[in-house]
Design a protein around this ligand. Structure first.
Ligand SMILES: NC(=O)c1ccc[n+]([C@@H]2O[C@H](COP(=O)([O-])OP(=O)(O)OC[C@H]3O[C@@H](n4cnc5c(N)ncnc54)[C@H](O)[C@@H]3O)[C@@H](O)[C@H]2O)c1
Length: 256
C-alpha cells in the first residue's frame, strides 16, 4: 500500500528526475498533489517528453533543465525553479553518474584517473552541495526537507561500479549527517541507499548474462522499481517528522 500525504501547495525540486528513481519520486509527490520541478541535463530529450506527458495528464509540473555538475548552472537552475514555484519545501538530490558503462574493479587504478574523479565528484558529491547551498534559505523558510540518493555501494557490504563511485556515495551519506546538523532545526536531511534498480542506469555488470539482474541474493526476490525508491523518498521528505541525518537502505534486504 502506498503512503498518502496531502501535499497540495508543497513545492518539490528533484534532480535527475526525468528517469528512474527521480521520476519514481516525481510520480509519488505528484500523486499527493505537490508541484514538482523536474531537473535533468539540458540535453535530455527525456526531460521535455516527461514534462509534456505529465502536464497533459493534468499534473502541476515544470522542467528545470540544468547540469548539477556545473558550478554556475546548478545554482542558476535551483534559483529559477524556486522562483517559478514561489518557494521550495523539498529538495531531492538524486542526479548521479557512474561515469562508466562497464564496472571498473578496485584493482584498476589507471582507469580511475583524474578526469574520472573530477566527473564523479562534480556530479555525485559537489552537485548535491551546489543544489543544497542554493536551496537552503528557501528550505529554512518553509521548514522543509532534503533527501539525498546515495547507494548501497557506499556501505561496507557494497561493491559498486568503481571505487570512486563508492567514495562519492559514501561522501554523500557523510554530508547528509553534516547537513542535518547544519540546517537544523528548520530542515531535516536524510538519504536513501538504493540496491538494484530497474532503471536506465548506464552501467551494467557483465555477469548479468542478458538478465538485467540476478535476484538470488535479494531476500525479497525482486529488483526495486523506481516506484519503490520514490515511495521511500516521499516518506523521508513528507513524513518522518522526527528523522534526520539518517540513511535508509532500500534494497529488498540485500545488505542484511
Ligand atoms: N541504478 C542503480 O543501480 C543505482 C543503485 C544505487 C543508487 N543509484 C543512484 O540513484 C540515482 C538515480 O539513478 P537511476 O538508477 O534512477 O538512473 P537513471 O539513469 O535512470 O537516472 C539518472 C538521471 O540523472 C540524470 N543526470 C545525470 N547526470 C546529471 C547531471 N549532471 N545533472 C542533472 N541530471 C543528471 C540523467 O540524465 C538521468 O535522467 C543516482 O544518483 C544513482 O547514483 C542507482
Amino acid at each position: 500500500m502506498k503512503a498518502t500525504f496531502d501535499l497540495q501547495g508543497k513545492r518539490v525540486l528533484i534532480t535527475g528526475g526525468a528517469s528512474g528513481i527521480g521520476l519514481g519520486a516525481a510520480m509519488a509527490f505528484l500523486r499527493c498533489g505537490a508541484t514538482v520541478a523536474i531537473n535533468d541535463l539540458p540535453s535530455s530529450e527525456n526531460l521535455k517528453q516527461v514534462v509534456a506527458d505529465l502536464k497533459a495528464q493534468g499534473h502541476s509540473v515544470i522542467a528545470a533543465p540544468g547540469n548539477v555538475g556545473d558550478a554556475d548552472d546548478a545554482p542558476r537552475m535551483v534559483r529559477e525553479a524556486i522562483e517559478s514555484m514561489g518557494g521550495l519545501d523539498y529538495l531531492i538530490n538524486n542526479a548521479g553518474t557512474p561515469g562508466t558503462k562497464i564496472p571498473i574493479p578496485p584493482s584498476d587504478m589507471e582507469s580511475q584517473n583524474e578526469d574520472f574523479w573530477n566527473l564523479l565528484l562534480n556530479v555525485n558529491l559537489i552537485g548535491p552541495y551546489r543544489c543544497t547551498r542554493a536551496a537552503a534559505s528557501a528550505l529554512k523558510d518553509s521548514s522543509g526537507a532534503i533527501v539525498n540518493t546515495s547507494s548501497i555501494a557506499a556501505l561496507p557490504t557494497g561493491g559498486g561500479s568503481s571505487s570512486v563511485y563508492c567514495a562519492t556515495k559514501a561522501g554523500l551519506i557523510s554530508l547528509t549527517r553534516e547537513w542535518s546538523r547544519g540546517l537544523a532545526p528548520q530542515v531535516r536531511v536524510n538519504a536513501i541507499a538504493p540496491g538494484c534498480v530497474d532503471s536506465n542506469w548506464m552501467c551494467r555488470f557483465p555477469d548479468d548474462e542478458g538478465q538485467r539482474y540476478d535476484v538470488d541474493g535479494i531476500p525479497l526476490k525482486r529488483i526495486g522499481s523506481p516506484e519503490d525508491y520514490g515511495e521511500a523518498i516521499l516518506w523521508l521528505a513528507a513524513g518522518a517528522d522526527y528523522v534526520t541525518g539518517q540513511c535508509l537502505n532500500v534494497d529488498g534486504g540485500m545488505t542484511t
